[in-house]
Structures are given as C-alpha cells and as structure tokens.
Design a protein around this ligand. Structure first.
Ligand SMILES: NC(=O)c1ccc[n+]([C@@H]2O[C@H](COP(=O)([O-])OP(=O)(O)OC[C@H]3O[C@@H](n4cnc5c(N)ncnc54)[C@H](OP(=O)(O)O)[C@@H]3O)[C@@H](O)[C@H]2O)c1
Length: 332
C-alpha cells in the first residue's frame, strides 16, 4: 500500500467530508471539519491517499489555555475509511501532523482519545499536569508537550468555537446517501448524452469525492461513461441488465442502494435527471457544483426541489464555478 500524506487541496474537501461520514456513526465530525475550515480554524488539515484516493484525514485547530500565551493545537478529528483501518494510516497522519507542529514551534498538542493508542506518540494524561478540558474528559484528555525548556501551562483548555456543536448528543441519523452533480444556472445537466461544459477542477472534485465509494447511475449516464469508473463500486440502474464486466446492475434506486450498502460503501447517486429526482428526498448529503453558464441547447435538467438542505461548506473555483456541500437538516 503506497500511502502518501499531503495538505488538503480544495478538490479534496468533498472526499474529506465522506471519509468522516464513512468512519463515524453521525455526520458531527464531517460538519465539525467544515465549520473549522469556515471559521479559519483549520490550522493543519492532512489527507492520506492511496493511489490518489483519499482514505484518511486529520485536522488540528487552536487551543487556548486561560491566560497562557503558549501556542497550542488540538488534534481532532482523525478518520480513516473502514476498509483502510488497522493499517497504520491514522498513525502516519498523526505523526506527520505532529512533525508540522514541531516545525511551526507549537508548544503543545492536546487530544481526546484512547490513552493506549495515543501514548505511542508521546501523549500523556493532561490532568496530572494541571491541565483540564471544558468537556470534562478525565484521562482521555491528553497532552503532548513539545517545548523541552519550559513547563506546560496549567488551567482550562478551550477548543475552537466549532467544537461547541459537539456538546449536544447527535440525533440518530439514516445511513449516508449522497448525490453529486453539476448544474448550469438554468438547471442544465446534460446535452446530447454528455456534459455541456468542461470544468477540469469540477472533474477533479467528482473524482476525489467519489473514489473508494459507490456510484449509482442511470443507463444513459453509464453509456456516456462507457467503462466502470476505477476505484469505485459501479451500479447501473436499468430495466435491461448490462453485460459489461465490472458493473453491478439494479432495477431500481432502492435495489442499487441496497447493493452499495451490502458492500459497505457510501452510495453516490451520480445521475441522470430521473435518478437525481428520485434520490433527492432520500439524500443525506449533496455535493453540488453551480456552473456559471446557461447552455440553451441542453436537453437534460435537474433542480433541487426542496429546501430541506443546509449548507455545510461552500467555495469558488478558478473558472467561477461554486462548490457546495449540503446536508439534510432532518439528518442532523
Ligand atoms: N451534470 C451532471 O452532474 C450530470 C450527471 C450525470 C449525467 N449527466 C448528463 O445527463 C444525461 C443523461 O441523463 P438522463 O437523465 O438522460 O439519463 P440517465 O438517468 O443516465 O439514464 C436513464 C435511464 O436509466 C434507467 N433509469 C433511470 N432511473 C431509473 C429508475 N428509477 N428505475 C429504473 N431505471 C431507471 C432507465 O434505463 P433503461 O431505459 O435501460 O431501463 C432510463 O432510461 C447526459 O447528458 C449526461 O451527460 C449530467
């Protein structure tokens, strides 16, 4: 397994979101990462990739200890896709994040987690050092002091504002079902069996966000693709079973979702129009690109019909396109 660690790029943001959705039982951690980024508090954000696919992520954000001026960071959250867990990915992410802290003269790092796991990096329970956290976490709250010459400050460690949302116990959520699409200002999504535009950054966003997961597509979208998308479970919805190798067949959206879940993959509905319309009321997450064009000769259109989605993250691409990650509000 050729593991690489790098700082996040804009096109990794969708993939980071899905790594946390796949690794945790609720969307709280995925939403936390987006909120830290929005607030400018994502001081370290590293992705672990295998053959170009994002399989893990670690974030670090500022910690303030009462009146102390010491520069400190909190390590959270860390997530690895279930299929890549227990293969050293999290450890490598954490080591590299700590190396960055040392290089940036960070005085200490805190973490909330299993002391047996974190002691290998040098973390020790923080309470005996006189340092407590606002979550009242006992021995799970640990500290790694990086400045040899000085003593750690004592008092209460405060996390970045985005962590406040974690105080409420997450409501039970349905299993993730994602949709990913790009639409013009007039709702256009297709023209003569193809995309009406070429936005390389949007293609990269689609590629990194869906890799390692499952893609569900209608027969026409499959014909456009022409071959299974690599590194993903490909499921084609059609009344006529495709014979191509490397593709799973389903007769309905429900059947397609069931196939993905049996294989423990996050299902992404990737089009076309009918599948998007059918999936929208069920979707828990939407990855949407607003293309700043209105192709007037388009023949396939999709517009979201409900307002049950809240924006988790939004940013702009270099060609004026706008990326948005949305979550179903009822899904927490
Ligand atoms: N902008 C984007 O993000 C985006 C994404 C995807 C596609 N597109 C574009 O959209 C166009 C293709 O989309 P499209 O809407 O025309 O076709 P499509 O949804 O890809 O394919 C339609 C076919 O899929 C099967 N199907 C779809 N929904 C089904 C359901 N609920 N149950 C059973 N079968 C179902 C049927 O196949 P059978 O007739 O074989 O039964 C149907 O004729 C292309 O231009 C493509 O480039 C754009």
């Amino acid at each position: 397994m050729a593991l690489e660690i790098a700082s996040e790029r804009p096109c990794d943001r969708g993939a980071i979101d899905v790594v946390h959705l796949a690794a945790f039982p609720s969307s709280a951690e995925a939403d936390l990462v987006a909120a830290l980024r929005r607030d400018g508090d994502l001081r370290v954000s590293l992705v672990a990739t295998v053959d170009g696919a994002v399989v893990g992520h670690v974030a670090m954000s500022p910690i303030r200890v009462d009146a102390s001026p010491a520069r400190a960071l909190g390590l959270a959250p860390v997530a690895v896709l279930p299929a890549y867990q227990r293969r050293g990915v999290a450890s490598e992410l954490i080591r590299r994040a700590l190396d960055m802290c040392k290089a940036a003269a960070v005085a200490f790092v805190v973490v909330l987690g299993d002391p047996q796991f974190y002691e290998r990096f040098g973390f020790a329970p923080a309470r005996p050092l006189g340092l407590a956290d606002t979550f009242g976490s006992g021995d799970a709250f640990q500290c790694l002091w990086l400045e040899r010459a000085k003593r750690p400050p004592t008092g209460m460690a405060h996390y970045a504002a985005a962590f406040e949302a974690l105080r409420e116990a997450p409501a039970p959520e349905p299993l993730p079902l994602a949709m990913i699409f790009a639409a013009g200002a007039n709702g256009a999504i297709g023209r003569r069996g193809a995309l009406p535009w070429d936005y390389p950054a949007d293609r990269a966003f689609f590629e990194t966000t869906t890799r390692e997961h499952a893609v569900i597509m209608g027969r026409r979208t499959w014909e456009e693709t022409g071959r299974p998308l690599p590194g993903r479970l490909n499921v084609v919805v059609t009344r006529h079973a495709p014979r191509e190798p490397g593709v799973r067949h389903a007769r309905s959206l429900d059947e397609a979702i069931a196939v993905c879940r049996t294989e423990a993959r996050v299902p992404f509905v990737i089009g076309g129009a009918r599948l998007f319309a059918e999936a929208e009321p069920l979707a828990t997450r939407i990855y949407e690109t607003a293309i700043p064009e209105s192709p007037d000769d388009a023949d396939t259109f999709f517009r979201r019909r409900t307002d049950r989605f809240a924006t988790v993250a939004t940013w702009r691409g270099e060609m004026g396109e706008a990326y948005r990650i949305l979550r179903a509000q009822s899904a927490g």
